[in-house]
Design a protein around this ligand. Structure first.
Ligand code: GTP
Ligand code: MG
Length: 448
């Protein structure tokens, strides 16, 4: 089964290019097992009659520069490329304005985009689903991306749609980034099956502290995002797959993690992450990796450094049919569902019981339902062993609350609102978006 990716705006197109590059590299790595490579290739690429690999992707932006750049970078790799006619661009971007993207560019160009996606879908023997990649802070990825997701939801009502979203730096380059983020998230919450979030601040810190990069570029940041995303979406064996790689990665992901329409926000962390020059000299053990990753989950630390080991889950006492539990200590991050993905050497010997502890999860799901484990004996992206956790938990609660709070403060004085109204978004639309995200915040706050 295959995934069709839609890359939107600068961020979506740059992250997407890094993603396909890592996937292609990984699938062609020497010593990789045949079934793994074949499954990965079928997922993300189709082959031309000359045997060239072409990404199952559609590239959308309202200006040509980034798309041209991503296409030529892909072609230069010599290993894969984008389809010659799988892209659409215009002359001028959406000016960091969600309303311009959603109300103007989206409706104007929606049909062309739909047609490009339809062509990619028709190239798949079977469609596993659609992944849309974009930032939430600009105008095209966020506004056109939301509009396109809405169209795709209408055309493919039974397909899985995953949105991979990049959240802006808290300090921000775009003054209205929180407006754009609020409008995007509120709308996507109604449309998407799951929303996988990467925060630029977190990824930036990983580049600085774990990868020791001095002058961090978007390309570095995107490399980390692509690595994390690849470690989730490359082939893996699920509990019931009987040694055959899962055929529907998006379906499996959504059904294990986003089982409740009120909870769709997924965060990812991966361990280990280090400069590629150090990987060859490092050895890892499963118990150590998993101990760190579990504490990262519990204490909501998104990287291996600076983990707070004091944070503990609440104690749970089985009693009658109901469990009684104390509240988690300060800093405890409560989960609705977690998916642990292990890749590499000796993967079958890894002991993962710590993630099945009922204390980590909300009381209304059993830990058997809330925890899922995927494995693959094939090492991913040069790491002998690696563990990735995709978590539907309170991990994004604080950043979401900050984002909504900042947008609300600006909205209270009606700052910049006229720039949205002139493209057809009303104050009521803003208020509706605030209300629905307040509901999401409240739901996640009560997760315990
Ligand atoms: N991680 C990452 N973030 C990016 C990248 N490019 C832009 N961003 C972030 O995306 C936000 C800006 O959105 P863009 O994707 O540039 O905007 P756009 O979708 O092209 O929309 P317009 O330019 O307004 O038409 C900011 O928060 C940036 O930090 C990238 O390559 N990687
Ligand atoms: Mg742009």
């Amino acid at each position: 089964m295959s995934i069709v990716t839609v890359q939107l705006g600068q961020c979506g197109n740059q992250v997407g290019q890094e993603f396909f590059d890592i996937i292609c590299n990984d699938a062609q790595e020497e010593g990789q097992r045949k079934a793994y490579s074949e499954s990965s290739t079928e997922r993300f690429f189709h082959e031309t009659t000359h045997g060239d690999l072409v990404a199952r992707a559609v590239l959308i932006d309202m200006e040509p520069k980034v798309i041209n750049h991503s296409m030529s970078k892909a072609a230069k790799s010599g290993r894969w490329g984008y389809g010659d006619t799988s892209h659409f661009s215009q002359k001028q971007g959406s000016g960091n304005n969600w309303a311009n993207g959603y109300c103007v560019h989206g409706p104007r160009h929606g049909e062309v985009v739909e047609e490009l996606v339809r062509r990619e879908v028709e190239r798949c023997d079977r469609l596993a689903g659609i992944m849309a990649m974009m930032s939430v802070a600009g105008g095209t990825g966020s506004g056109v991306g939301t509009y396109v997701t809405q169209c795709l939801r209408d055309i493919y009502p039974n397909s899985f749609i995953l949105n991979q979203l990049t959240w802006p730096y808290g300090t921000g380059e775009v003054i209205v980034q929180n407006y754009n983020s609020v409008l995007t998230l509120a709308h996507l919450y109604q449309l998407s099956d799951a929303i996988l979030v990467h925060e630029n601040d977190t990824v930036h810190r990983i580049c600085a502290q774990l990868l020791n990069i001095k002058h961090i570029s978007f390309s570095d940041v995107n490399g980390v995002i692509a690595h994390q995303l690849g470690s989730v979406l490359q082939p893996a064996l699920t509990a019931g797959s009987h040694g055959v790689y899962s055929r529907n990665p998006l379906g499996d992901l959504v059904s294990t993690l986003a089982c409740h329409p009120e909870y769709k926000l997924l965060s990812v962390c991966t361990i280990p992450q280090m400069a590629s020059s150090s990987i060859a000299y490092s050895t890892f053990s499963w118990p150590a990796l998993l101990k760190h990753l579990r504490q990262m989950l519990i204490s909501n630390t998104k990287m291996e450094e600076g983990i707070d080991w004091q944070v503990r889950p609440p104690s749970v006492h089985p009693g009658g049919t109901e469990r009684t539990r104390s509240l988690g200590g300060p800093g405890f991050n409560s989960s609705l569902a977690n998916l642990l993905i292990l890749r590499g050497k000796d993967v079958y010997s890894a002991e993962t019981g710590g993630f099945q502890d009922p204390a980590l999860y909300t009381s209304w799901l059993s830990s058997e339902e809330a925890f899922n484990l995927w494995k693959s004996p094939v090492p991913f992206n040069k790491y002998e062993k690696s563990a990735t956790l995709v978590s539907n938990s309170q991990a994004l609660l604080k950043p979401l609350d900050n984002m909504v709070g900042k947008a609300w403060n600006m909205f209270a004085s009606r700052a910049y609102i006229h720039q949205y109204i002139k493209f057809g978004i009303s104050e009521e639309d803003f208020l509706d978006s605030f209300t629905s995200l307040e509901q999401v915040i409240s739901s996640y706050s009560q997760l315990c």
